[in-house]
Write a protein that binds this ligand. Structure first.
Ligand code: ADP
Ligand code: MG
Length: 256
């Protein structure tokens, strides 16, 4: 079976010369939820931006990034973007229409759906994120948490099979975080989530990948990986409190 996401030796250098990715390889199976961890500047966002071709891939014709077996390249960008929904780190980078309804409708409209279908998708997606009555609201007056949910609705309205989220719970309050996690849990898509929220990783992800300085430095089952305090500290992370009452051996039994 094709991997939902397959990245092979991906390298990326920004114009100013900073080497953000230095040969990243990873695979995510269909239906998996995988966390991407790593200190600030380790390349998480750069990696995520490659998954639907926002950053130009100037690599071999063979393609360093494949989605469901198809390489991300200029020729099939449209197909890739139907399959991959990317939620940016900063909602203000994603929202650009005056009202919530217009914003959430933008993606489905690009898919060439009829007006009635678009309307249906928008209503469904807004209900899914708990903002059913928000369609007429002005996007720039929303709270940060509401903006994040509108961004997610805009992506869900396109019904992607792969959902890519960049720090989805950063600067949400505890209730906002809890609600957002419950929401994510209900979405059946394959998920790749870059985050510093280790509770989210423990609760939602089966596997995690640690990036540091543009390289994958570790990967494995979440509990095993996050319990490795030495590894966590070496890469600017920490062993999450949520795991502290687990003895590692018991934890292994949980995941077995
Ligand atoms: P993370 O999301 O893990 O914090 P990023 O992917 O944003 O990491 O950044 C990886 C590296 O690339 C960092 O060294 C960062 O300074 C650099 N970088 C990120 N965006 C740009 C940009 N637009 N131009 C130049 N360098 C960038
Ligand atoms: Mg980032």
């Amino acid at each position: 079976m094709n991997a939902a996401i397959e990245v092979t030796n991906l390298k990326y250098r920004y114009h100013d010369g900073s080497e953000a990715l230095r040969g990243v390889s990873l695979r995510v199976a269909p239906g998996e939820c995988v966390g991407v961890l790593g200190p600030n500047g380790s390349g998480k966002s750069t990696l995520l931006l490659h998954l639907n071709g926002i950053l130009p891939e100037k690599l071999s014709a063979d393609g360093a990034v494949r989605i469901l077996g198809q390489s991300v390249s200029a020729e099939n960008l449209e197909t890739i973007r139907r399959q991959v929904g990317l939620v940016f780190q900063d909602p203000d980078d994603q929202l650009f229409c005056p009202t919530v309804e217009e914003d959430v409708a933008f993606g489905p409209m690009q898919l060439g759906l009829s007006e009635a279908q678009v309307k249906e998708r928008v209503q469904k997606a807004l209900a899914q994120v708990g903002l059913a009555d928000f369609d007429r609201r002005a996007t720039h007056h929303l709270s940060h948490g509401e903006k994040r949910r509108v961004c997610l609705a805009g992506v869900l309205a396109c019904e992607p099979s792969v959902l890519v989220l960049d720090e989805p719970t950063s600067d949400l309050d505890p209730r906002g975080r809890r609600e957002f996690k419950a929401l994510l849990r209900q979405i059946p898509a394959t998920k790749l989530i870059a985050t510093h929220d280790l509770e989210l990783v423990v609760e939602l992800c089966s596997r995690a990948i640690v990036l540091d300085q543009g390289l994958v430095v570790a990967e494995g089952p979440v509990v095993e990986l996050l319990n490795d305090e030495e590894l966590m500290l070496a890469h600017g992370l920490e062993r999450p409190h949520i795991l502290r009452h687990h003895h590692p051996h018991h934890a292994e039994n949980h995941t077995a």
